[in-house]
Design a protein around this ligand. Structure first.
Ligand code: GLC
Length: 448
């Protein structure tokens, strides 16, 4: 090889190397800074979602009711006149959220109907200028959350079906196509970015919960720009995954994962009945037992639960929802050590129920499903169990190990007899102190 070519080739290789090292370093910084800011979220486990808006006046589907033509747009938007917030007590909301054990709350700053809960400076609907509430309802809630040490989340709909420069409107009619009127879309983008800036600067949410990204591509939304716009002013903000690939965590909605999701962080958002907003006709409430079961299952699989409530237009929270929240809170008060600050539990197959582990994995929590008592079984635990306590009580239990063959590496089966009388009203939790970090046998009993 000629010297010159050799030199050129070397230069090429070293600059390629330099660039890939730089890119790798940048990616690592990004990954590290995401990991750092996600700590509180990973430990939080429970959040409360609040869908509050003018749809509570008639008690109909949030935004979707006019989109799906269940009601005319005029009939929908006249609800502005009925949104009073007359009994709104943000301190009581925050205290109730605190009582559940939740570590964060996410409120609809603006749903797809475009009505802002804060006094937007853009020329568009908001509860201060267009409803009898006549005030910013967001600020006092965020202040109250702050006082309780609860992180503040902002649900924000990218879609705005009321804004005249937004293409989408009602399911079978759109205002225009972006390709035909790019300037009009630009105008909408400016408006959207200005509203996001207003919230980001005035309220500095700890978490942004976008919604509605399905109507446009990441390029159309300028999703990357939105992310940078938020992070440049509020670098620790967490952004949910509904920003077409530019979020920090995944948000399965209503549908429960069966196998453990592979995402680093995920959050199941779920209604207490079948609706997000206040719906007096919907009486299909989940019981506290069901909510606790779902919550524990999400946590044992590395997720959070974002449990929704839909206050009435006057700001009162329906009694059934208050009841679910309070029962969940009582259970968390007794059993919270098995939930908050833990990591996902054993893989499926070891125990017929959810499990979690302490961060150092020397403590294993077993959640007894279906209000079980009696003899429960644990498979494939290599560790010795030092102690078993029924969480929230002073009751100790003893394990019985059966079937341990002296010459075999396969651990015996652990049976624990749980007396009926110590059973929790909803879900009993056992705390197993192990002789070290958890060690599992995952084989097929000597067949492999
Ligand atoms: C859906 C719906 C919306 C609701 C949201 C909550 O995306 O469009 O009405 O607010 O889910 O996750």
């Amino acid at each position: 090889m000629k010297r010159k070519t050799f030199y050129k080739k070397n230069l090429l290789i070293s600059s390629l190397l330099f660039f890939s090292v730089t890119i790798y370093a940048q990616q690592k910084i990004n990954a590290d800074s995401i990991r750092n800011k996600m700590h509180w979220f990973a430990d939080a486990k429970l959040g409360i979602f609040i869908h509050w808006g003018i749809y509570a006046v008639k008690g109909i589907d949030e935004s979707w009711s006019f989109y799906n033509k269940k009601i005319s747009y005029a009939g929908y938007i006249e609800q502005l006149k009925g949104f009073t917030a007359s009994k709104y007590n943000p301190q009581a909301w925050a205290a109730l959220i605190k009582e559940t054990g939740a570590r964060y709350a996410v409120i609809t700053t603006k749903h797809h109907d475009g009505v802002a809960l804060w006094p937007t400076k853009q020329n568009h609907f908001n509860v201060k200028d267009n409803t009898p509430a006549k005030r910013d309802v967001l600020q006092p809630f965020y202040d109250a959350l702050n006082k309780q040490g609860i992180k503040r989340g902002a649900y924000f709909s990218l879609i705005d079906w009321s804004y005249t420069d937004y293409p989408g409107f009602i399911k079978d009619s759109t205002r225009y196509k972006i390709a035909d009127e790019p300037e009009r879309w630009k105008h909408f983008q400016h408006f959207l970015q200005a509203q996001i800036d207003e919230i980001n600067i005035a309220y500095k949410p700890d978490l942004w919960w976008f919604d509605g990204d399905w109507e446009h591509t990441p390029v159309e939304w300028e999703a990357e720009k939105l992310r940078l716009q938020i992070l440049s002013k509020n670098p620790a903000a967490i952004i949910n995954g509904r920003l077409q690939g530019y979020g920090d965590y995944e948000t399965p909605e209503q549908n429960f994962p069966v196998s453990r999701p592979k995402f680093n962080w995920w959050e199941l958002c779920m209604t207490t009945n079948n609706n997000w907003g206040y719906h007096p006709d919907d009486t299909a409430y989940k019981t506290p037992f069901e909510v606790i079961t779902i919550f524990v299952d999400a946590v044992s699989n590395g997720g959070n639960l974002l449990l929704d409530i839909g206050p009435k237009e006057d700001g009162t929270i329906p009694a059934k929802q208050v009841n679910v929240l309070k029962e969940l809170g009582k259970w968390n008060k007794k059993n919270g050590e098995a939930i908050f600050g833990t990591i996902p539990g054993l893989p499926q197959g070891h125990f017929y129920g959810p499990t979690t582990l302490s961060k150092d994995s020397t403590t294993l929590y077993l959640f007894l499903p279906a209000q079980t008592a009696g003899n429960i079984m644990l498979k494939g635990l290599v560790n010795e169990i030092k102690d078993i306590v029924v969480v929230g009580t002073a009751q100790h239990l003893r394990p019985k190990v059966v079937g341990k063959i002296s010459w075999s590496p396969v651990p015996g089966l652990v049976f624990i007899n749980v007396p009926e009388k110590i059973r929790d009203k909803y879900m009993t939790v056992l705390k197993l102190t192990l002789n070290g970090a958890v060690k599992l046998y995952r084989g097929q009993g000597g067949l492999n």
